[in-house]
Write a protein that binds this ligand. Structure first.
Ligand SMILES: Nc1nc2c(ncn2[C@@H]2O[C@H](COP(=O)(O)OP(=O)(O)OP(=O)(O)O)[C@@H](O)[C@H]2O)c(=O)[nH]1
Ligand SMILES: [Mg+2]
Length: 257
């Protein structure tokens, strides 16, 4: 894996895509703690902000999030008036904004939606990586998570769901806090890999590859040698989040059966 601290100490690489990573809500702030590069913590909780080691921290009132959550054409104007330019400035010089969160609470669900709109208004592509609640969590949380996921699929360029329940196939009988820790590491992985390899020139091709899809799942594969692409894709598709059969098209792309 590339050494990010060394890379950052040498200053930003002008060839690399300009990326921001923002932890939204309590889960989001926990997830970005493992990020090997500067990140932003965004929460309505002073406790989240106080324990975060993020380079930049934004404390936002939950009442404001609730008030601003309804999308309407006046929304962005209202946000500017209510929170000034701080939220808009988060997306200066940004091509991709990774928003990390858990859905089912107020801040992650509404905050990510709000930040997607602001990111888009600044010309950045928002990608949301969202954990959805375990079945043992409350019915209300699961319902809110479901509706938030739908709304985020419309607001983000891409929304990748990490269903917490699927973790049990990777690590059964894990205590909740350990399971969250494990998932946090998994959720950071695609962000770290993208930051390492996506160049500014790749952005148009990436946007084209994503196309009109706005819902994603994550699988990881590694291989060397002959047929490495096929083997990587097969391994990635064996991840617990691909709980359906897939096949390869004539062009070598995996598709759902
Ligand atoms: N991956 C991961 N998921 C978590 C973590 N903590 C909580 N979650 C999940 O994220 C969902 C949302 O929880 P929180 O992040 O605590 O909620 P919030 O966004 O802070 O919302 P409020 O506290 O209500 O403002 C939960 O229902 C859990 O399923 C964590 O540390 N890591
Ligand atoms: Mg919280």
């Amino acid at each position: 894996m590339p050494n990010f601290r060394t890379a950052l100490s040498q200053g930003p690489d002008p060839q690399k895509a300009r990326v921001k990573i923002i932890g939204v809500g309590s889960a989001g702030c926990n997830i970005i703690e493992g990020a090997p590069f500067p990140a932003v913590a965004f929460s309505a909780s002073t406790a989240d902000i106080a324990r975060s080691h993020a380079e930049r921290k934004v404390l936002v009132g939950q009442d404001r999030l609730l008030g601003l959550s309804e999308s309407n054409p006046e929304m962005l104007k209202q946000i500017q008036e209510v929170v000034g330019h701080e939220l808009f400035d988060l997306f200066n010089n940004t091509e991709i904004a990774f928003l990390m969160c858990g859905l089912g609470g107020v801040t992650g669900s509404l905050g990510s939606r709000l930040l997607c709109s602001i990111a888009r208004s600044k010309g950045a592509a928002p990608a949301v990586l969202a954990a959805t609640p375990f079945s043992v969590e409350s019915h209300r949380r699961r319902e809110l998570a479901e509706s938030s996921l739908k709304s985020l699929m419309g607001a983000a360029t891409m929304c990748i769901e990490f269903d917490n329940d699927k973790l049990s196939t990777l690590a059964p009988n894990l205590a909740l806090s350990r399971a969250f820790g494990l998932l946090n590491g998994i959720m950071l992985r695609p962000v770290i890999d993208m930051c390492a390899c996506v160049a500014r020139d790749d952005m148009p091709q990436l946007r084209k590859a994503i196309g009109s899809s706005n819902y994603g799942r994550f699988g990881l594969g590694m291989a060397r040698g002959d047929e490495r692409v096929e083997r990587v894709v097969s391994e990635a598709l064996s991840s617990p989040w691909f709980d359906y059969e897939t096949t390869f098209t004539d062009h070598g792309l995996a598709k759902r059966i």
